[in-house]
Ligand binder design. Structure first.
Ligand code: ZN
Ligand code: ZN
Length: 374
């Protein structure tokens, strides 16, 4: 059997190549990809913003079906919600199991994304067997070192493909929880006032998660009016149009909305350096800033370190999420009443991946899903 996969030989190029279907090791499984979302990071990869060992088969947001499974896979993999068998609907954490041996694994086990020996589906070289290392492909080879989740029946089919981005969004909010002493305002808690800066798919999911966790006033900002409408549907109370206001006006407006105090928490989801500087301006003294948007390096900006010192701020980065975060994401997807289905806006066949990547960021485009078997 031949398998079609979208290969990026180098940034700016995508071609569909045929691969021989790999023979399966006893601890592996073959994932038949039903749908896989295009991520902002795929666009960054296409634009040459990521330093990877090309050629790469991108794609890391798949849900699909177990097409074949090795006899030891359930024992060797970390299978959640299983055991799994042929025909089961699953999703796979892009990051493999941790090595357990590197500097970070030995000392900072609670931060698995720091492991220096992980492999990541959709970001790995595809030149050697079993080749199918990414999910913009009819099939992906899931090796024994993986975390696999059975998708609960209660999650509507349309939003299954959001599991990975929801893992990102829930991790950002959980990052804000620490140290979690809510009654003294230390760490994000119920009723807190939050600003979400940037309303692409991740920012919108962050809004939905915040609303689900009992946030107080949620203020969303973006440069596109229709995204601000969407932010309100996801649970934002106030939407501020960046294209119609100056940075000073936005700071003023947020001060007015928070009794002259500033927000308890800011989550930066735009990935633009000047938005990080704005986060420092709108957060209250003793508040928290979560930097989520800068998954790739988009340059530098002047900040005033005195603000950080004087405001006694906590600033936290978010580098992906622990593998167990997929459980949080699936639990959220099963229970949320946010209209997440509205975020899945386009479906394309594998041959139109390049077009899909170029659509990201356009008006009315949120999650574009590639369906390799369509
Ligand atoms: Zn992603
Ligand atoms: Zn490690």
């Amino acid at each position: 059997m031949q398998v079609n996969a979208a290969v990026m030989p180098e940034p700016g190029q995508i071609e569909i190549r045929e691969f021989e279907k790999p023979s399966l090791a006893n601890d592996a499984l073959l994932l038949k990809v039903d749908g896989v979302g295009i991520c902002g990071s795929d666009k960054h990869m296409y634009l040459g913003h990521t330093n990877l060992n090309f050629p790469v088969i991108p794609g890391h947001e798949a849900s699909g079906i177990v097409a074949e499974i090795g006899k030891d896979a359930n024992q060797v993999m970390n299978v959640m919600g299983g055991p799994i068998k042929e025909g089961d609907c699953i999703t796979v954490v892009p990051g493999s199991k941790n090595c357990g041996k590197c500097y970070y694994c030995l000392r900072f086990a609670s931060r698995p994304t720091l492991c220096t020996n992980r492999t990541i589906y959709g970001f790995s070289n595809c030149e050697s067997p079993p080749y199918l290392t990414g999910e913009f492909s009819e099939y992906t080879y899931i090796h024994g070192n993986s975390w696999v989740y059975k998708i609960p029946d209660g999650i509507p089919e349309k939003i299954r493909v959001l599991t990975e981005p929801v893992a990102v969004a829930t991790r950002a909010v959980e990052r804000a929880n620490a140290p979690g002493v809510a009654q003294v305002g230390e760490g994000y808690g119920i009723g807190n006032r939050v600003a979400v800066l940037g309303c692409g798919p991740i920012g919108l999911l962050v809004v939905a998660v915040l609303r689900g966790t009992g946030a107080g006033t949620i203020i969303a900002t973006d440069i596109v009016a229709s995204r601000l409408e969407m932010a309100k549907r996801m649970g934002a109370d106030v939407a501020i149009d960046v294209s119609q206001t100056t940075s000073e006006e936005r700071v003023e407006q947020i001060q007015e909305l928070t009794d002259g105090i500033g927000v308890d928490l800011v989550i930066e989801c735009a990935g633009l350096p000047n938005v990080f500087a704005e986060a420092l301006n709108v957060v209250r003294r003793g508040g928290k800033v979560i930097e989520l948007g800068h998954y790739t390096d988009s340059g530098s900006i002047q900040v005033r370190p005195h603000q950080i010192c004087n405001k006694d701020l906590d600033i936290c980065g978010v580098w992906a999420y622990p593998q167990i975060q997929f459980q949080t994401a699936l639990d959220f997807l099963e229970r949320t009443d946010a209209p997440l289905q509205d975020l899945v806006t386009h479906y394309l066949p594998l041959s139109r991946l390049e077009e899909g990547i170029q659509m990201l960021g356009q008006e009315g485009v949120y999650k574009v899903v590639i369906e390799p078997h369509r």
